[in-house]
Structure formats: C-alpha cells, structure tokens
Design a protein around this ligand. Structure first.
Ligand code: NDP
Length: 293
C-alpha cells in the first residue's frame, strides 16, 4: 500500500494563516511589524533564490523583510559590523545569515556577532547549546528562550500535525550539519525518541536506516535512500534538495520508498514549505520576546 503523503505545502499554509493573524494583531495593538533581515555576501544562486522565497512569504503574510547584500570581496569585518548594527536595530526582530560565506571568512566569529535573541535560524552557539541542553518534553522545562533552525523545526512540526508518535520510537537521522541533521536529532531526542545520527563515515548505512521507525534524511544526494534501506511501515522525512535534469528531488527515492513507508514527505512540497512557515514563527516569537510579550 502506498504511504500517506505528509503534505508540507498544505500544513505550511495553515500555519502561515495562523501566524499572519497573530502578526496583524501585534501590529494593531502595539504598532510592531515582525521583521526579518536577510544578510549575505555575494550572489550564490541558491541563496538568492531562498532570499526571494523568504521575501515573498514574509510580505504576503504582513511581515517585514529587509535584504542586505555585501560584495563577495567585502572584508569579513564589514559583515560583522553589519550584523552588529542589525542586532542593535529595534526595527529588525530576526536575522538570517546566508551561507556559503566567502572563502577565508571565520564562520564562528560571524555567527557569534549575532544577538542570540535575533538569531531566528538558531546558528548562534548559545541557541545551539540551549537546544542541546533543553529538558525532554514533559519534564520541568529548561531554558525556553532559544531558537531552533527553521528546517528541522518544520520537519518536527509536520510529524506532530499528522499525529505521528515520536516518543519511544527508533529515529535515525542521516546528516549531521548544524543547520539540519544535528538539530533534528536533538529535537527528536527531546521528544523521547531513541536517536542515531549517521554521516559520510557511517558503515552500512542501509542497515542502520532499516532500524528506523522514523527516518530523517538531510544529505544532499539524490536517491541516496533506496527502498531496501527502509523498514516497512517507517515514517520518512526527506530534507534533501537536489536538481536532476532540472527537476527538484530529495535524498530519498520517493517513488520506490513510498511503497514501503507508512508516511513520507514529498520533494517538493514537504519540508521546504515548512521551513518558511517556521521562519515566520521564529520571527514572530522574536518580536514578541523583544517586547516582553
Ligand atoms: P551539509 O552538506 O552541511 O551536510 C550533509 C551531511 O550529509 C553531512 O553531515 C555529511 O556527512 C552527510 N553525508 C554526505 N554524504 C553522505 C553519505 N553518502 N552517507 C551518509 N551521510 C552523508 O548539508 P545540509 O545539512 O545543509 O543540507 C542537507 C540537504 O538538505 C541539502 O540537500 C540541502 O539542500 C537541504 N536543505 C533543505 C532545506 C529545506 O528547507 N528542506 C533547508 C536546508 C537544507 P559528514 O558530516 O561526514 O560530511
């Protein structure tokens, strides 16, 4: 039987409508428009395209959007100065640093120049550290005022909105980047899954993946996950974005795996739209926290 499709596009629309209503109320009551600043150096095509998507999403939902682009040849200090200025600007509630940074830039120093309270993609070490420290759901909460990267947050929200049980399940996350794999693993752990993280040095990836009740993949290689690597009935969350013959595909061989899995995210239309919705959510949350609301 074919898997249930976890329709990120539809769920993201519902979430965006909820957030747009909240943003409108914030504007009416306090005169605040939750605003994001997107910052990058250079014109990496994927970054340009992502910034355009953010602009479209934010402006269509009544949020503010600002774009700051430095030349790729700019010195790193110029970026640090800009990030500090935006961090101090009361009209900006959230900041996104688009990568890749120009060669030779010190990634850690740039991220650390962000105000963690405006770090709506959870890249500052304070936010990443708090995610690692936060108590499991249902236990006395740890620090709550932190931000989680929008992509894994969206993946988790999609599972929750479809009522998929996470607690007690075996979860496998393929990929260990700071922006997708690692935070996804932390979120699943917080939800009481038993979590394994795989990466490029994991031997026999298929054997580990076959143990998963929930399989999350964030690698960036088309068809890395084939049907024989998936346990029958598993839930599969595909974060991958790849282009094959001009067509966007994920990391999972969707057509074959959907015949084995019980639920699966499509690409496009799965985790991608959820990322945009979670970015709105984080910016709204940042704006509220900055007003002590
Ligand atoms: P990175 O390149 O930063 O990380 C890729 C990870 O995959 C690394 O941990 C790497 O391991 C691991 N990996 C590489 N090859 C293999 C392999 N053969 N077997 C197992 N693991 C492997 O990518 P990102 O995390 O930034 O992005 C991952 C994917 O998600 C990309 O396709 C990206 O475009 C997409 N993406 C999607 C978003 C969305 O909104 N849906 C948002 C952000 C990204 P190692 O650490 O050992 O190198």
């Amino acid at each position: 039987m074919s898997a249930q499709i976890l329709d990120g596009r539809t769920v993201a629309k519902e979430i965006q409508a909820e957030l747009a209503a909240e943003a409108a109320a914030l504007k009416e009551k306090y005169g605040i428009t939750p605003t994001i600043a997107v910052v990058r150096a250079g014109e990496d095509p994927a970054s340009v395209s992502y910034a355009n998507t953010i602009k479209k999403t934010f402006e269509s939902q009544g949020f503010g959007f600002r774009l700051h682009v430095l030349p790729e040849t700019a010195p790193q200090e110029e970026m640090i100065k800009l990030v500090k200025e935006l961090s101090a600007d009361p009209g900006v509630h959230g900041i996104i640093l688009q990568e890749p940074f120009p060669k030779g830039w010190d990634e850690a120093r740039i991220k650390e120049s962000l105000d963690p309270a405006k770090d709506v993609d959870g890249v500052h070490p304070v936010n990443a550290g708090r995610l690692a420290q936060v108590a499991p759901v249902g236990r006395p909460p740890g620090v709550l005022d932190y931000f989680v990267p929008a992509t894994p947050l969206g993946g988790l929200e999609l599972l929750k909105r479809y009522g998929i049980t996470i607690s007690g399940k075996r979860a496998v996350v393929v990929g260990r980047s700071n922006i997708v794999g690692k935070p996804m693993a932390m979120l699943l752990l917080r939800e009481d899954a038993t979590v394994t993280i795989c990466h490029s040095r994991t031997p026999d990836l298929g054997a580990v993946c076959r143990e998963a009740d929930i399989l999350c993949v964030a690698v960036g290689r088309a068809k890395l996950i084939t049907a024989d690597m998936v346990k029958p009935g598993a839930v599969v969350v595909d974060f991958g974005v790849n282009f094959v013959d001009g067509k966007m595909v994920g990391d999972v061989d969707f057509e074959a795996v959907k015949e084995v899995a019980s639920a699966i995210t499509p690409v496009p239309g799965g985790t991608g739209p959820m990322t945009n919705a979670m970015l709105l959510k984080n910016v709204l949350e940042a704006a509220k926290r900055q007003q002590n609301l």
